[in-house]
Design a protein around this ligand. Structure first.
Ligand code: TRP
Length: 332
């Protein structure tokens, strides 16, 4: 059976972009067609300055929201990365496989490193080694497929390179994974800046719909979305990115093709009203299930405990084999 691994970083509240772009496919397809592991990758939240209480809160919230969105612990494995030591154990071996040059070439490192320096701060070593830990996340499970957004494609490419290099040096140990980009996923853009992705770590939340936003907040954000100068509702991603984004969201909520939906609207206002209602209705059951689950933290804890146990059971032998392959003396 195909094995899938993907992760969500608890650096911000989950957004409509996370849901329509990734989580919905995990829920509706991946957990049925594959042996899928989904991890709240909390160690990755420590590569930049962070508030410990917030990381803890966002980790629990992300796990709760993934369950609320429909991940079924009877069908897939949901766990918190730091609960399974194999990730950091393997990461070190992969640090001994990667070169500093290839890590310095990572686009995200260059961008985030530059902005940290510009803000007068120091860059943590873990920001540089972060893709190696991500490679460990993936390789520890013999993963075949990694569903990720385009921004992570370079990191999965690095993961493949490390797997191949390790296998060549020390004998076959790792499955070489590949990135997949879900067929139906929508690429949701920031409502205030429709040329940029709706990402959870964004500083200004005005263009971001969070999964737990109250209906009135959702409506306000959608109604204030930036639209384009020009007349009429047309689907044109390059020339009319704001309107195209709204049409994409509407299509993702209700089905139908964005080009066809465009024809139904004479004004931006009418389009926004329908988008707002569609998003509110899409999120309603999710918010309700989240509230019910949040009221039962013991249940969520138990799911995460069992998830970590199962994850450990898969990763342990893979990582032990890697330790043996590089020449570390097994404990007697
Ligand atoms: N780097 C990913 C992101 O920023 C999160 C992540 C960490 C991940 N480890 C992973 C995704 C392993 C897929 C597989 O979104």
């Amino acid at each position: 059976m195909t094995r899938i691994f993907s992760g969500v970083k608890p650096t911000g509240h989950l957004t409509l972009g996370n849901y329509l772009g990734a989580v919905r496919t995990w829920v509706e397809e991946d957990q049925y067609r594959a042996d899928a592991l989904f991890s709240v990758v909390d160690l990755h939240a420590l590569t930049v300055e962070h508030d410990p209480a917030r990381v803890r809160r966002l980790s629990r919230q992300a796990a709760t929201l993934l369950l609320a969105a429909g991940l079924d612990p009877g069908r897939c494995t949901l766990f918190v990365q730091s609960h399974v030591d194999e990730h950091t154990r393997l990461s070190y071996l992969l640090e001994c496989t990667a070169t500093d040059g290839e890590l310095r070439r990572m686009i995200q490192y260059k961008e985030k490193g530059a902005s940290a320096r510009a803000a007068g701060g120091a860059v943590r070593v873990s920001l540089l080694t972060y893709p190696v830990l991500m490679a460990a996340d993936i390789l520890a499970y013999g993963t075949d497929e990694v569903p990720v957004g385009d921004d992570q494609a370079q990191h999965v490419e690095l993961t493949r390179d490390l797997a191949v290099r390790f296998n060549q040096r020390y004998g076959h140990t790792f499955t070489v994974p590949r990135a997949t980009h879900p067929r139906v996923a929508a690429r949701v853009m920031d409502l205030q800046d429709p040329t940029g992705k709706m990402g959870k770590s964004h500083a200004n939340g005005a263009g971001i719909v969070y999964l737990l936003d109250e209906p009135d907040v959702v409506r306000r954000k959608v109604m204030r979305a930036v639209t384009d100068s020009g007349w009429g509702v047309e689907y044109d991603r390059a020339a009319r990115p704001g309107v195209a984004n709204l049409l994409d969201v509407l299509a993702a909520c209700g089905g139908g093709r964005p080009e066809a939906l465009a024809g139904a609207y004479a004004s931006y206002g009418a389009l926004k009203e329908d988008v707002a209602e569609a998003v509110v209705e899409l999120l309603r059951p999710l918010r309700e299930r989240h509230a019910a689950l949040a009221a039962d933290p013991g249940y969520v804890d138990a799911v995460l405990r069992e998830g970590a146990e199962r994850a450990r059971g898969i990763a342990r032998p893979v990582v032990d084999r890697a330790y043996g392959a590089v020449g570390l003396l097994p404990p007697g």
